[in-house]
Design a protein around this ligand. Structure first.
Ligand code: UTP
Length: 297
């Protein structure tokens, strides 16, 4: 029987330089879309997919992240006293079970592959998920849940894949595919950040992965790759060289790159419009500024 995916690694040790000066003191993952930090979206998605153990790979200056996951008994008591039951429920929905979270330090930002490798002892010999919280995905069925369901059928390693314009290929890991089966594509190679003319397809890897423990063994042996960093895609590509299956999964949903300012702003608008209590005000405002813009042109 195939082992279930119950562990997820959240690599959050990056410096978030694109959001300086904010990220001087606020971890990127704590920045909020409407009223919830990015990390909460990732946790909710992981829970929906059946994840029970949450492993954070952190670095210096990420204390606010650990505090966020502490229970807040005083605040809860205060809300209870004031009869603010809706807010109390919202707050309690963020509580994590004791022992469900582990923190590992990545002492040097040597790349995503290295961050994942830092968690190897907590993973052991099981399949595991990797989630990058700055990729926020709005979907009817949460993206990782879609992937876990597909993985339960296929086994192997799986990456979330999305079509991108050729001009954007150099910002992603790009899949070299050999077989299409509905939402799944069989992968025969992966290239990290190729030029448009060298990209083997238009399918880019985004921040959701289900990996077999052999990927960790590959990471053991890896030297730094593209950009001088230890690349996770290189370790996944080695799976193919070792005759193990790797799949790309075309998820259903809208992905926002909240690691970039433009993506973060787009997500703020989209998630704002999705809230009933904000929709009317926000869309009236958006209409008014687009009219001003048109008039100015
Ligand atoms: P990014 O490439 O977005 O880097 O990392 P970053 O440092 O977060 O942001 P910028 O580019 O400086 O603005 C993608 C994910 O990989 C993690 C990051 O925390 C983020 O979740 N990461 C990256 C690590 O955990 N360790 C690393 O050494 C590199």
């Amino acid at each position: 029987m195939r082992k279930k995916v119950t562990k997820a690694i959240f690599p959050v040790a990056g410096m978030g330089t694109r959001f300086l000066p904010a990220t001087k003191s606020v971890p990127k993952e704590i920045m909020t879309l409407v009223d919830r930090p990015l990390i909460q979206y990732a946790i909710d998605e992981a829970r929906a997919a059946g994840i029970k153990e949450f492993i954070f790979v952190t670095s210096r200056g990420k204390g606010a992240l650990e505090d966020y996951f502490d229970h807040a008994p005083q605040l809860e008591q205060e809300l209870r006293k004031k009869g603010k039951t809706k807010l109390l429920k919202t707050l309690q929905s963020t509580n994590m079970d004791s022992g469900a979270i582990a923190y590992i330090r990545q002492h040097k930002a040597l790349g995503l592959g290295h961050a994942v490798w830092c968690a190897r002892r907590l993973i052991g010999n099981e399949p595991f998920a990797v989630m990058l919280p700055d990729d926020v995905i709005a979907a009817e069925k949460p993206c990782l849940q879609q992937m876990v369901e597909a993985y339960n059928e296929t086994g192997g390693s799986m990456v979330a894949a999305m079509e991108v314009e050729p001009s954007k290929a150099s910002s992603y890991g790009i899949l070299d595919t050999c077989e299409e089966r509905g939402d799944l594509v069989k992968v025969k190679g992966m290239v990290e950040k190729p030029n448009a003319e060298d990209a083997p397809s238009n399918l880019a890897v985004i921040g959701r992965y289900i990996l077999t423990p052999t990927v960790l063994q590959n990471l053991n042996k890896l030297k730094s790759g593209s950009g001088g960093e230890i690349q996770l895609t290189d370790a996944i590509a080695q799976e193919i060289a070792q005759d193990r299956d790797v799949y790309g999964y075309r998820f259903r949903g809208q992905r926002f790159d909240c690691g970039s300012k433009s993506g973060f702003l787009q997500a703020t608008v989209a998630f704002g419009l999705a809230r009933e209590e904000l929709r009317d005000d926000l869309s009236a405002y958006l209409q008014s500024i687009s009219q001003i813009d048109r008039a100015a042109q």
